[in-house]
Design a protein around this ligand. Structure first.
Ligand SMILES: Nc1ncnc2c1ncn2[C@@H]1O[C@H](COP(=O)(O)OP(=O)(O)OP(=O)(O)O)[C@@H](O)[C@H]1O
Ligand SMILES: [Mg+2]
Length: 497
């Protein structure tokens, strides 16, 4: 028996899976990726609007709904939909592929999933609970009245004459304590993360207006829903100006006899756009962004082509995998793409129209990153802004400049002046005083507050900040203050008319 021959068989016996297998499915999902899986189905059903609704009472979270106005399902379609692994005929735009998304995403997150749907006939409903599924693969039938009432509920801006409602009960990660504060905190962070994830995954489809996606919170204690938030698309390539003039650049990799296009981008350094930061740090989102049928499957990662590195954080490559089913495989959660073993070499050998290659690209991305760091290092350190500056203004200054250690912040405040000077620099009090008599003119009718007039304050800060560094004012500095005061006072008088 030392040869590797084929195995002889004498017959077969049917061994259906033990229902306990249900306990294992969907465990790799997180709440946002699981909800994205349900949204995929709504998009496949041709929905124009999808609503994700969190349901709470005073002190607890009760469940989640994903509701769409798509084509809906009749009873036999719904039975097939609830069957694990039941694949249908997918058209060339379908996001579905495995026939498990709905069940895995739901039972990974919740103790029970109810699907209620209406096509052209009566509303129908089915429920899987983890308990019943794992005991005996028994799927429950929802009462017809309840199904109809659910479809006829007011679902915000949706019309659900046709459509589908997916309901999760017993969501595992919901806070257990009965405590309104805890619920609010959970909702705040979860909804931020969810809108971020959905906005990214569906950014192309949302930009193309294939559908719109809403999130709201329904409070059963008062039977009211809060205003729905629209999920905005978050495009991970939407910089205003490229970080390198030669990019974006398309390289073509030869894989299995077909050309795979690698759209190579370099972000500008230190961008504050949400499309750059995504969830967490931009460092985690370097590398490949794979799309299938307009849906994002992977938000960064190098797939063994190179290693993630701080210096490569501006490099992002968009790849549409639609036409290359043999070279790319998505995981069932649709959050990663496995690449064929030949991928890394194909990328190494990829080239652009002018003979550019991937090694050049990585080097350029690294260079752009180093340049952007150099620029900020060559700027002098400054005295931080303190009271009187709007928080957004303080943050903007903080992003651009490093602060001197141990320097008291500069305040910028309105004060009573004996004369008509526009401003004064008070080094002892670490304060720039601005003459109150010009306040109404500067504000132009808006109400005053501690942080008002951000433009004027920003300009004054940029002008005088360096006077607060060091021990004393030199003659040149004093003359500058005289000059600025005289010109600005004339200007301010002009403003007041
Ligand atoms: N919101 C919906 N509207 C209409 N039909 C739906 C909806 N959700 C699910 N279905 C039906 O149920 C089937 C099973 O959905 P499921 O998500 O489990 O698998 P899939 O979408 O076919 O593949 P994948 O595992 O890749 O998601 C779908 O193919 C579709 O026919
Ligand atoms: Mg699906």
């Amino acid at each position: 028996m030392s040869d590797w021959g084929s195995v002889p068989v004498t017959g077969s016996t049917t061994l259906p899976p033990d229902p306990g297998v249900m306990k294992a499915i969907g465990l790799n999902h997180a709440l946002p990726t699981a909800i994205a899986d349900l949204v995929d189905n709504s998009v496949d059903a041709g929905a124009t609007t999808v609503l994700v609704r969190f349901v709470r009472d005073d002190a607890r979270l009760l469940g989640v709904y994903v509701v769409d106005d798509g084509r809906g399902m009749d009873e036999s379609t719904l039975d097939r939909a609830m069957t694990v692994g039941s694949r249908r005929d997918y058209d060339s735009t379908a996001l579905g592929h495995f026939g498990i998304g709905l069940k895995a995403a739901s039972l990974g997150q919740a103790a029970g999933v109810t699907v209620i749907s209406r096509a052209d006939g009566p509303a129908v409903g089915r429920r899987w609970t983890m308990q019943k599924a794992a005991d005996s693969f028994e799927c429950e039938i929802v009462s017809a009245e309840f199904a109809t009432a659910t479809m006829d509920t007011a679902w915000g801006p949706l019309t659900t004459q046709r459509g589908t409602v997916v309901r999760w009960d017993g969501v595992k990660e919901f806070p257990g304590a009965r405590n309104a504060k805890v619920v609010e905190r959970y909702l705040e962070t979860t909804l931020t993360g969810l809108r971020q994830h959905l906005g990214l995954v569906f950014h192309r489809l949302l930009e193309e207006r294939r559908f719109s996606l809403l999130v709201d919170i329904h409070d059963v204690a008062v039977s009211e829903s809060g205003p729905p938030f629209l999920v905005d698309p978050i495009d991970p390539f939407a910089y205003v100006r490229s970080g390198h003039p030669a990019y974006p650049c398309t390289l073509t990799a030869e894989l299995d006899g077909a050309g795979v296009e690698l759209r190579c981008h370099i972000w500008p350094g230190r961008s504050q756009l949400p499309g750059f930061h995504l969830s967490g740090t931009p460092e985690r989102h370097q590398g490949f962004f794979f799309y299938r049928r307009g849906r994002l499957l992977q938000d960064g990662g190098w797939n063994a082509v190179t290693h993630p590195e701080k210096h490569l954080q501006l490099a992002r490559v968009a790849v549409d995998i639609d036409d290359h089913p043999a070279a790319f495989t998505m995981n069932p959660e649709k959050t990663r793409v496995e690449t064929a073993s030949a991928f890394a070499q194909a990328v190494d050998e990829a080239s652009g129209p002018g003979g550019e290659n991937f090694a050049d690209y990585l080097r350029d991305a690294e260079g752009a990153y180093r340049d952007s760091r150099k620029r900020s290092r060559s700027r002098p350190r400054v005295v931080p802004p303190g009271r009187g500056f709007a928080p957004a203004l303080r943050r903007a200054i903080g992003r651009e400049l490093e602060y001197l250690a141990g320097e008291e912040p500069i305040e910028i405040l309105w004060g009573d002046f004996k004369d008509d000077s526009f401003f004064d620099v008070d080094r002892e009090a670490r304060t720039v005083w601005v003459n109150k008599r010009y306040r109404a003119a500067v504000l132009g009718g808006r109400g005053g507050s501690l942080n008002d007039a951000p433009v004027v304050k920003a300009l004054l800060y940029l002008l005088v900040e360096d006077l607060f560094r060091g021990a004393y004012l030199g003659a040149k500095d004093r003359d500058n203050v005289e000059l600025w005061r005289s010109v600005l006072t004339a200007a301010a008088k002009e403003e007041t008319g």
